[in-house]
Write a protein that binds this ligand. Structure first.
Ligand code: NAP
Length: 258
């Protein structure tokens, strides 16, 4: 167990995933930076980590595809010899943000494929590898971190499929947490609020206004680094007697008030 612990971050090329890769690289993790299409962006993340003396590799793969998921795990194991942490971060918003009454099956399949099916079956594959590595005493324990959203419990009627995938991710977290606790693998849901990224760029002005009006108590945008620091706390074992938990990174948005 002399070498660096290894993490696979899906959708690590941009936004929140990128922030998580950089933070875990700083913590000494060997980082598999997954991307779907933006090789350039993934390579930029890799160079930043390696320039600072860390280890990282860019790995292409669409998490919605069975063969790609298997390759992602295999490539991480080939490159780093171990897998200690999986971060299910890759996600897409609802195509065209169509009203609930106009939402399409194509949109449903796309969003559920990436956000939920991808995360579920990648967790299954990663968990099996982690169990094998733990039994062989090649890693001490494992962690799976799911990046869900405030959309898990807040309705947006123009992103129904997205909201439903994120709601299901909360249950998915608990299911894996229960099943894997005896295997020394802990599972967490991190629930970001509105975070500055390419995903939220099209709605920037709307949120600038709502933030100024006090939509959540801490009146600023969230940044990928805010989410990354929560991931860092989890992987650094600051929650040793917790599993299946939701950790909010939302400026207090979840607080109901009168
Ligand atoms: P983003 O800026 O749009 O970045 C998306 C990332 O996911 C990119 O790295 C992209 O890779 C990758 N990706 C997309 N489809 C993929 C697929 N099929 N397979 C593998 N990778 C794929 O998004 P973000 O805002 O950082 O969001 C990241 C996660 O946080 C998502 O799960 C999102 O739902 C969640 N979240 C975001 C916010 C927010 O306000 N931004 C709030 C709550 C939760 P390429 O670079 O190759 O395209």
């Amino acid at each position: 167990m002399g070498e660096a612990r290894a993490v696979l971050v899906t959708g690590g090329s941009r936004g929140i995933g990128r922030g998580i890769c950089l933070e875990l690289g700083r913590l000494g993790y060997a980082v598999a930076v997954n991307y779907a299409r933006r090789r350039d962006a993934a390579e930029e993340v890799v160079s930043r980590i390696t320039a600072a003396g860390g280890q990282a590799v860019a790995v292409q793969g669409d998490v919605a595809l069975t063969d790609d998921r298997r390759e992602l795990i295999e490539k991480t194991l080939q490159d780093f010899g171990r897998l200690d942490v999986l971060v299910n971060n890759a996600g897409i918003t609802s195509p065209g943000r169509k009203d609930l009454l106009e939402a399409t099956e194509e949109g449903w399949d796309l969003v559920f494929g990436v956000n939920l099916k991808g995360a579920f079956f990648l967790s299954q594959l990663a968990a099996k590898e982690m169990i094998r590595l733990i039994r062989q005493e090649r890693i001490p324990d494992g962690k799976i971190i799911n990046i869900s959203s405030i959309s898990a419990y807040v309705v947006s009627t123009n992103r129904a499929d997205y909201c439903m995938t994120k709601a299901a991710m909360g249950m998915m977290t608990k299911l894996f947490a229960q099943r894997l606790a005896d295997e020394r693998i802990r599972v967490y849901e991190i629930c970001p609020g509105v975070i500055e990224s390419d995903m939220t760029a099209p709605v920037k002005e709307k949120y600038d206004r709502l933030i100024a009006e006090g939509l959540w108590p801490i009146r600023r945008w969230g940044y990928p680094s805010d989410v990354a620091r929560a991931v860092a706390a989890v992987v650094s074992d600051y929650f040793p007697f917790s599993t299946g938990d939701r950790i909010n990174v939302d400026g207090g948005f979840h607080i109901r008030r009168l």
